[in-house]
Design a protein around this ligand. Structure first.
Ligand SMILES: O=C(O)c1cccc(C(=O)CC[C@H]2O[C@@H](n3cnc4c(=O)[nH]cnc43)[C@H](O)[C@@H]2O)c1
Length: 203
């Protein structure tokens, strides 16, 4: 059985729209942000020992020179991009501080061949300025998207020893805050494609 973890109910419904009846896929809306995602995933895994793979899925911001609005991003790794310490010399990651990893691996999911593959960043604060977008792009040259849950789901999966993946549908550019630039509808439609693709994986 595959578990898909989304943040909100609209994302859950979009994924489920694509899942064929009877496919071994369950979808949980665990809440927004890495803490809700980690707690929800850990809770679900503890009660459902038959889960073989967990996927974090939802809408996300895209790094504009690397991915287009409406496209799907498949994570090659999950990065906690704002977990660390600020300093006059720049941002220090948990790894720099010696407190643990801020990058977790993803399973090599053989789905969605047309998706853009790259690192997906997890942040607790949505990027809202060009300066922060540029800093993230420079710090993570392999990053294509920014969401708020992936690293939380990945952390729960690492603890439980369950393979983890992340797929994000790009709803907005990462950069200066501009609600008019959001394209939620096409991004939710793309999430339905994820549901359909998952049904082809062995659960
Ligand atoms: O009000 C705003 O300016 C604003 C900008 C971006 C996102 C939000 C949200 O509250 C949505 C958070 C929700 O959606 C995912 N998401 C979508 N776009 C982004 C993004 O650019 N950066 C980070 N997360 C994003 C996220 O995974 C949450 O589930 C508000």
């Amino acid at each position: 059985m595959i578990l898909v973890v989304t943040a909100v109910e609209a994302e859950r419904a979009a994924v489920l729209r694509g899942v064929p009846t009877g496919a071994p896929v369950e979808v949980l809306a665990a809440g927004v942000g890495p803490a809700a995602a980690a707690a929800g995933t850990a809770w679900y895994l503890a009660r459902n020992p038959g889960i073989t793979t967990v996927l974090s899925a939802g809408i996300a911001g895209g790094l504009v020179t690397r991915i287009q609005l409406g496209a799907l991003a498949v994570a090659t790794r999950s990065v906690a991009a704002d977990l660390g310490a600020d300093s006059p010399g720049g941002f220090l990651t948990l790894d720099d501080l010696g407190f643990g990893a801020t990058s977790l691996p993803t399973a090599d999911l053989k789905i969605l061949p047309d998706a853009v593959r790259g690192a997906v960043l997890t942040v607790s604060t949505v990027t809202g300025t060009a300066a922060r977008a540029e800093a993230l792009a420079e710090r993570y040259p392999d990053a294509v998207a920014e969401g708020m849950e992936g690293f939380g789901v990945a952390t729960a999966c690492a603890l439980a020893g369950v393979p983890f993946g992340e797929v994000r549908a790009i709803s907005n550019p990462v950069g200066p805050r501009d609600r008019a630039a959001w394209r939620i509808g096409p991004a939710l439609d793309a999430l339905a494609e994820v549901g359909a693709a998952l049904a082809t994986l062995d659960g």
